[in-house]
Design a binder for this molecule. Structure first.
Ligand SMILES: CC(C)(COP(=O)(O)OP(=O)(O)OC[C@H]1O[C@@H](n2cnc3c(N)ncnc32)[C@H](O)[C@@H]1OP(=O)(O)O)[C@@H](O)C(=O)NCCC(=O)NCCS
Length: 176
């Protein structure tokens, strides 16, 4: 049974094992890798700094970087295994409204097609409601069938399929 946990240094070894399953340089949606400091995430000190940065993104008393919004990051875990990541952006800026949406997620390759993403998105929706949101925007690449099904399984209603600077996106709203 998966659960959502706040990013933690204790999952370092499992996180590295998951990273090794991805193609080099792959973007892990919802994983927050863009927030990683320079340096090797295999180094416990670098990893700990990044994990701390992820946790601080949810702190609305602290300003976030230019172009970013406050966001809560969770890791999806099963027992001692890091399985994936999901994040909830607390509000939308112009870019998120156009193409990024409120929620991003990814599941490590060896744990896919077992309902993990569908479960995780469903688990984050009450968190979004608790923030005061009445609906959330979730987007995916037009050809990403797995992500589109994940959103549709959670009640996503397609608003449009649009060309954006990041490619053609399917944009869904989920009422909370
Ligand atoms: C998209 C992703 C998160 C799905 O994770 P997952 O845990 O495998 O998803 P689930 O097992 O919950 O499956 C969700 C649905 O997609 C379908 N699906 C999963 N993988 C699929 C694939 N490769 N091709 C077609 N359908 C697929 C499942 O059958 C299920 O549909 P159903 O409920 O109608 O049977 C995962 O493939 C991933 O991390 N991809 C890379 C990152 C990414 O694209 N993130 C989303 C960005 S918007």
């Amino acid at each position: 049974m998966p659960e959502l946990v706040t990013p933690t240094e204790t999952l370092h070894a499992s996180w590295l094992a998951a990273l090794a399953e991805w193609p080099a340089g792959a973007h892990q949606d919802g994983g927050g890798l863009r927030l990683a400091p320079g340096g090797d995430l295999a180094d416990p000190a670098v990893f700990a700094e990044w994990v701390d940065t992820l946790r601080r993104q949810a702190d609305t008393s602290v300003a976030v970087g230019e172009g970013r919004v406050h966001a809560t990051h969770w890791w999806i875990v099963e027992g001692d295994d890091y399985v994936g990541a999901i994040d909830l952006r607390h509000y939308l800026n112009d870019v998120l409204l156009d193409l990024g949406g409120h929620i991003g997620y990814s599941v490590r390759p060896s744990f896919r097609r077992r309902g993990v993403a569908t479960w995780a998105l469903g688990a984050v929706l009450p968190e979004a409601r608790a923030l005061g949101l009445e609906r959330v925007l979730v987007t995916c690449d037009d050809g990403n069938t797995a992500s589109a099904r994940t959103v549709e399984r959670n009640g996503g209603v397609l608003e449009d399929v649009r060309s954006t600077p990041a490619g053609v996106k399917r944009r869904y709203w989920i009422a909370l």
